[in-house]
Design a binder for this molecule. Sequence first.
Ligand SMILES: [Fe+2]
Length: 220
Amino acid sequence: MGTAVKIRTAPVRFKSNITRALYVMAAALGQKDSYTHAHAQRVAAYCRRIGLRAGLTGADLLNVTWGGMLHDVGKLGLSDRIFSNKQALLSQEMTGEVQAHPIIGAEMLRHIQCSKTISAAVLFHHERLDGSGYPFGLAGEEIPLGARIVSVADCFDAITTDRPYQRRKTLPHALMILKEMAGVSLAADLVALMLEEIESNGMEPVMPAANAMIPFLKSR
Ligand SMILES: [Fe+2]
């Protein structure tokens, strides 16, 4: 007989089916790629911290936190060669594939009719203030607030953590890079809030505790 596989039942209870579906999507990405899952949890935490400093409360704060958690969920649709890639420079073809992930993610979310704030954060998190981002090249306040918050959190976490093709920067170096991006590719007011927040409360742990974000992701 083969070894019995133990299936852990989910200990997390959500009030709504939509929230449960969002959680399953986040967990599915975690099964695909552990770095992306830890990154998603840290980005969600940073989004919440920036959101609090920006004065967001209630559903607005909840949705921007979910936007951080699910921003890369479209990577579920990418081929395995993208996840196993260790090169900093991708081929044109692979770059095209990676850059489709915001649209894939928004399309996945369309089926569960979640908040527009969440799907906009997923769809627009690689847009840049100066119009240099993708997939649409939106600029300034054409980019919804939730997506602008996710962009700041995503960039900061990408700079401060190790990836197969890139060593993390020290915190002072990372803060300098973020300041250089402020007002150019990232919203200056949100970068200022992020800098204040990091100075006051520090960085998120590299390996977040399992389900650490759950209390902040539950709808009331
Ligand atoms: Fe992304």
